[in-house]
Write a protein that binds this ligand. Structure first.
Ligand SMILES: Cc1cc2nc3c(=O)[nH]c(=O)nc-3n(C[C@H](O)[C@H](O)[C@H](O)COP(=O)(O)OP(=O)(O)OC[C@H]3O[C@@H](n4cnc5c(N)ncnc54)[C@H](O)[C@@H]3O)c2cc1C
Ligand SMILES: NC(=O)c1ccc[n+]([C@@H]2O[C@H](COP(=O)([O-])OP(=O)(O)OC[C@H]3O[C@@H](n4cnc5c(N)ncnc54)[C@H](O)[C@@H]3O)[C@@H](O)[C@H]2O)c1
Length: 484
């Protein structure tokens, strides 16, 4: 499909009954708002199911915040920083006198090329599946009609997949050149000497780790008493230890009182309610997100988002209006690209009436790209203890794995939690190189029907050697040895 087909406007005077091939009095069976992972998952699943589908997108390029401001640019920058610094810190290169301080511009060079590849690839998905992209900002005008920058389109169903943006409190001046959020930090052109990161959620912790790798002084201000409290306690301790060991100053249980940009671009001062004052070259505000619902005209269709702009949905991702679904960041937790895509597919399967799908909507792994990575799936020790489940722990320290010794990436653990009677795998928690990849081995076993979901799989299986995956065998044997 070419652009002119994509942009075909709806003719209000002639409603097209079935002539559009949708078998409906509306232009489309499904109109998706937003082309991030949530919107793409919904659009592709519905198109494959025979629906006539269109996607409205207000950004000039498709791919969503995920591609342009979130997952992809942050992970591309992280890769550029870690690979450059690993090379520069290699004792062999240092011995040879290799000294180089990369600029922000150099580190960001590769990111645009990766984004362009993502956009082209995703654009081809829409083209191949005959899903037109309606360019412009969508707004409901009645139950079955949206306006996209002056053109009106009708549909039987809608999926709202408009994502989220950084929450900006009114008393912070985001126009100041030294005050950034997770969108604007991507425009940072010069490398600061010091940064205060306010908010120690996933975004704050990932950026703190990333910038510390560049040798920048970091204050990480946490409004809670632990980092990432949804993780396993030992992993939280390991993360805190390694961030501190790398030189990040973490301040727990602190709340901001005021933030003042200094004259010109000479830094910013954050005053905390405890009386502390932190002056750094820049501040990265990373304290929560806001759903993109304010301009959707939701009042027209009788929907009301919560104070953070998020929509409430049921298990099928239906809002209070049955024909309007919502997926991804706009419904809040877990606010992951991975989950958004699955939710989009689930919403479309529901509207198609398909019961054959078996999407595991509650089995969402966590992958956190700190240094080193963190990943987990299933229950934590805290949850199992609270539920009085008799579990045992099997652990492998990366420092004793041959592969880790060879690559020099010896920091890390893999922890398996399993039922001490049935040996069922209940949780997998990993901190270390490649954690977000190797977690999926455990996830696959955990999802097998009993009795194939036990740690016996790891004990009985031959693993490639030397690999990081071997950690599963070591951890399972370690756990076995604790049983009596
Ligand atoms: C810095 C950062 C790092 C992240 N890292 C990870 C990670 O490593 N792994 C992970 O799984 N997740 C990560 N995330 C989260 C992930 O990016 C989001 O969960 C994901 O993008 C949500 O997808 P979505 O489809 O709901 O929305 P989005 O990807 O935000 O897409 C929404 C789209 O809707 C469009 N839109 C909004 N309103 C309208 C309208 N009225 N009309 C038309 N179009 C509209 C927007 O332009 C946008 O293109 C990260 C997020 C951030 C900010
Ligand atoms: N690697 C990844 O998977 C990855 C990376 C980055 C972001 N993300 C996703 O993006 C989402 C947003 O990340 P984030 O770091 O901004 O959010 P977050 O929800 O983790 O919270 C960030 C900070 O804001 C505070 N906060 C959040 N809601 C609050 C509220 N209502 N009142 C007061 N304080 C509040 C938290 O205490 C925390 O310190 C996360 O849910 C995460 O899943 C994922």
């Amino acid at each position: 499909m070419n652009d002119s087909q994509n942009d075909t406007p709806h003719d209000d005077s002639a409603p097209c009954v079935s002539s559009n091939g949708s078998g409906t009095a509306h232009d489309f069976n499904l109109l998706v708002i937003g082309s991030g992972p949530g919107g793409e998952g919904a659009a592709m699943q519905a198109a494959k199911g025979g629906y006539r589908v269109a996607v409205a997108e207000k950004h000039p390029l498709i791919g969503g915040g995920c591609t342009h401001w979130g997952t992809i640019p942050s992970k591309a920058l992280r890769y550029a920083i870690t690979s450059t610094m690993t090379t520069l810190n290699n004792p062999m290169f240092r011995q040879w006198g290799l000294r180089f301080s990369p600029s922000m511009k150099q580190l960001k060079q590769g990111t645009q090329a990766i984004i362009a590849k993502q956009v082209n690839m995703r654009q081809s998905f829409y083209e191949r599946n005959n899903v037109p992209i309606l360019r412009g900002e969508a707004r409901f005008v009645d139950d079955h009609t949206i306006d996209v920058d002056g053109q009106r389109y009708t549909a039987d169903h809608f999926v709202i997949a408009t994502g989220s943006r950084p929450y900006r409190p009114p008393n912070v001046d985001f126009d100041h050149p030294c005050i950034f959020d997770s969108d604007t930090i991507l425009d940072l052109d010069t490398k600061p000497h010091s940064i205060t990161v306010y908010g120690a959620g996933v975004i704050g912790v990932e950026y703190a780790a990333m910038f510390r790798n560049l040798g920048i002084k970091i204050n990480l201000v946490n409004t809670r008493d632990k980092l990432l409290e949804f993780l396993d306690d030992e992993i939280i301790d390991a993360l805190s230890y390694h961030l501190r060991d790398q030189g990040v100053i973490i301040r727990h249980n602190e709340e901001f009182e005021s933030l003042d940009g200094c004259e010109g671009d000479s830094g910013a001062v954050m005053t905390l309610k405890s009386g502390k004052r932190l002056k750094t070259d820049i501040v990265l505000w990373a304290n929560g997100r806001q759903g993109n619902t304010d301009t959707l005209g939701l009042e027209t269709v009788g929907l009301e988002p919560n104070s953070r702009g998020q929509l409430v949905v049921d298990d099928q991702f239906q809002t209070a209006r049955d024909h309007i679904y919502a997926v991804g960041d706009v419904i809040g937790y877990p606010s992951l690209a991975s989950a958004a895509y699955t939710q989009g597919r689930a919403a479309s399967m529901h509207m198609l009436g398909r019961k054959d799908g078996n999407l595991r909507l509650n089995d969402i792994p966590t992958g956190i790209y700190t240094s080193p990575e963190i990943s987990s799936v299933g229950k934590t020790e805290r949850e199992l203890t609270a539920a009085r489940v008799p579990y045992e722990v099997g652990q492998s320290n990366f420092k004793s794995l041959a592969r880790a010794q060879i690559t020099g990436r010896t920091v890390g653990i893999l922890k398996l939690l399993f039922h001490r009677d049935t040996k069922e795998l209940l949780g997998v928690h990993c901190f270390g190189a490649n954690a977000s990849e190797i977690i999926h081995i455990g996830q696959a076993v955990m999802n097998q029907p009993a009795p194939n979901n036990t740690i016996e799989y790891f004990v009985e299986t031959t693993f490639n050697y030397p690999t990081m995956a071997e950690a599963y065998r070591v951890a399972a044997l370690n756990g076995y040895n604790r049983l009596f």
